[in-house]
Write a protein that binds this ligand. Structure first.
Ligand code: GDP
Ligand code: MG
Length: 215
């Protein structure tokens, strides 16, 4: 049993332009692009890792930018074992959005979902607008791990996913095997390749909150 591969679904959530896609691409493909990466469909990437002798397969879901239209519903994050809530350390508002996401996730999924909060773009430290103490205190208060990252400089990203994976392993160890293995996220298929799936929003997309984001 100890050698069985654990499949976990991880979702990235946060305001548009905080660097969610950049974090996933850096982690899974070691790539970085200065431009905002838009996709027409939601997709996930697989990442295999080994934690303390346990094989883990992460299906990491990135949004297709629906967050900018307030159109990310439970259909996106349901069945998730873990979530990474991303904010941009230069953007106070993006940190407030993280708090909204934490509330929603806890309301919908309770304590079954492991949370990490990523303060991204630490290469822009001189333009910081979110206090380190406030962010860390907040994370602690909601049972989340807080980690600073830079997708640009590849800082903190392995640590981020590792911390989340360890938390997910802890949760799955306390659950029955039926609950802890496999879900509908499609993990295990085509590892390393980009998987594209169609997302159907439950609500009509509203007007975009802002235009020309991070151009
Ligand atoms: P998303 O909308 O949350 O998926 O954000 P993207 O990954 O598309 O990134 C938005 C913008 O922020 C792009 O121009 C990225 O190049 C930039 N970006 C992402 N991560 C970092 C980072 O760590 N540092 C800096 N300086 N820019 C970043
Ligand atoms: Mg994106």
């Amino acid at each position: 049993m100890a050698t069985r591969t654990k499949n976990f679904k991880v979702v990235l959530l946060g305001e548009g332009c905080v660097g969610k896609t950049s974090l996933v691409l850096r982690y899974c493909e070691d790539k970085f692009n200065d431009k905002h990466i838009t996709t027409l469909q939601a997709s996930f990437l697989n990442k295999k890792l080994n934690v303390g002798g346990k094989r883990v397969n992460l299906a990491i879901w990135d949004t297709a930018g629906q967050e900018r239209f307030h159109a990310l519903g439970p259909i996106y994050y349901r069945d998730s074992n873990g979530a990474i809530l991303v904010y941009d350390i230069t953007d106070e508002d993006s940190f407030q959005k993280v708090k909204n996401w934490v509330k929603e996730l806890r309301k919908m999924l309770g304590q079954d979902i492991s949370l990490c909060i990523a303060g991204n773009k630490i290469d822009l430290e001189k333009s910081r607008h979110v206090s380190v103490e406030e962010a860390e205190e907040y994370a602690l208060s909601v049972g989340a791990k807080h980690i600073h990252t830079s997708a640009k400089l590849n800082k903190g990203i392995d640590e981020l996913f590792l911390a989340l994976t360890k938390r997910m392993l802890q949760v799955s160890d306390t659950q029955s095997p039926v609950q802890s293995t496999g879900n509908s996220s499609g993990t295990g298929r085509g590892a390393g390749r980009r998987n594209v799936v169609q997302v159907v929003n439950e609500d009509e997309a509203e007007q975009p909150q802002k235009s020309g984001c991070c151009s």
